[in-house]
Design a protein around this ligand. Structure first.
Ligand code: ADP
Ligand code: MG
Length: 418
């Protein structure tokens, strides 16, 4: 077996030095400073954020860095070391749904949202990006990008001094939704800007209140398996899942599925099963409208959301009790629910989970929106390499491109590097 590919976190000093030099080459002169914001993995609580439920992400040590020099003429120049030929030049006031489009809209969109609060001229900036969160792997490189830029503006523009991190996170959500055209529920931006070092972050997506949860399993690591699979299904399916959840909440007469507790689940599912089972706004899914269990779609979607919310709180309790086995069980139950009831897994994610558990992981699950992206496995520290090898071998045997790996170490939220 050849070498495994590990995506490593970067050293701040090395990245900042490199950015300084590259900034001079791109824009001339020096930036006012360098800021960083982390990507994230979600330990549990998937597809719950837009249902006002719970999730439990942690900030990675893998970060996106921005070197920024502010300008007073409202001009924008936005470049990335990951997109060397696609620097965008424009102005804050011309940013719209269609402009700049592409990757730069994650940065420009933040300026456009902040321009509702301060004079757009003062939001002018030269921005150079260098990212160490794998792109498009379900680890939220997009939020790392928008949040690093947002923090830079908040610290550079005097009129934004009073804007707190919760407001910045909300601005980044709007930048992604309205300017980058990406549906995102708010978990990613909250954890990137508001995580606590060495903790996971319990987020109540009803009001985005946060509870840091200490990472109490020092002998264990969270192995991230970046399957590098991206199924084009993903975009449309996210919107369809959201719509189904909203429709089910309306049928049940609740504001959101958050308001359905596990104790109310049977009654709620019975209500949904009567008369709503024949409708499907999701089109023909992989296993059809009635899924593997033969139950109506809304029933299965709601059961996932309601039980997933309960699993988040159970996992928090298990962490507090330092019960690694229970954490693993809950991860597996989450994966099964996402696979069978919510139908957002795929062959690569199922294989990663099965191979990791087969090689001794205490638990594993897909993380992020699904249809590709990453899985996570809870693994005893000494077994990390062995489990990664077993996963890579399983992908080899299946004729699939090998995953990349990283370890998720609960890390700090966005900060100024220099
Ligand atoms: P994820 O957030 O899971 O990584 P997304 O599809 O939401 O996946 O975001 C990935 C997109 O974010 C990229 O396609 C690109 O447009 C943008 N992006 C993120 N990081 C960078 C970077 N360092 N340089 C340029 N674009 C980036
Ligand atoms: Mg994203």
């Amino acid at each position: 077996m050849g070498e495994l590919t590990w995506s490593r976190a970067a050293d701040d000093t090395v990245v900042a030095d490199g950015l300084l030099a590259a900034f001079g080459e791109s824009f001339g002169g020096e930036p006012d400073g360098v800021w960083a914001a982390p990507g994230r993995v979600n330990l549990i609580g998937e597809h719950t954020d837009y249902n006002q439920g719970f999730c439990l992400p942690l900030a990675l040590a893998h970060r996106t860095y921005v070197a920024v020099r502010s300008r007073d003429d409202g001009g924008l120049r936005i470049g990335s070391r990951q997109a060397p030929d696609r620097t965008w030049e424009g102005t804050v006031t011309e940013v719209s749904q269609d402009s700049p489009g592409g990757w730069a809209s994650y940065v420009a969109g933040v300026a456009a949202v902040l321009a509702e609060q301060v004079d757009p001229a003062g939001l002018g900036a030269d921005v150079l990006v260098d990212g160490y969160v794998p792109l498009g792997a379900g680890l939220s490189s997009s939020a790392a990008l928008s949040c690093s830029a947002a923090l830079a503006w908040a610290e550079l523009v005097p009129g934004l001094a009073g804007v707190d991190r919760a407001e910045l996170a909300a601005a980044c959500v709007r930048a992604e939704n309205e300017y980058a055209g990406a549906a995102t529920g708010g978990m990613d931006q909250s954890v990137s800007l508001r995580a606590v070092d060495e903790h996971a972050l319990l987020i109540d997506c009803r009001d985005f209140s946060l509870t840091p949860v200490a990472w109490t399993l020092p002998g264990h690591q969270v192995l991230v398996i970046d399957t590098r699979a991206h199924h084009s299904l993903a975009d449309g399916q996210y919107g369809k899942r959201r719509a189904t959840c909203e429709r089910a909440a309306a049928t049940l007469g609740v504001g959101s599925l958050r308001d359905v507790g596990v104790d109310d689940l049977e009654v709620a599912l019975a209500a949904l099963g009567e008369g709503h089972g024949e409708r499907s706004d999701e089109g023909s899914g992989a296993s059809g409208e009635r899924g593997v269990s033969g139950e109506p779609e809304e029933v299965r979607r709601v059961r996932h959301v309601v039980t997933e919310n309960a699993r988040v709180l159970d996992l928090v309790a298990a962490l507090r009790e330092r019960d690694a086995e229970r954490v693993g069980e809950l991860m597996l139950a989450s994966h099964a629910s996402l696979r069978d009831d919510y139908e957002v897994s795929c062959r690569e994610l199922d294989l990663a989970v099965a191979a990791a558990v087969g090689a001794g992981a205490l638990g594993a699950r897909m993380t992020g929106g699904g249809f590709g992206g990453s899985a996570i496995a809870l693994v005893e520290e000494a077994a990390v390499e062995e489990v990664a090898r077993a996963v890579a071998a399983a992908f080899d045997d299946a004729g699939l491109e090998r995953p990349h790996f990283l370890t998720a170490v609960p890390s700090a939220p966005a900060y100024r590097v220099r």
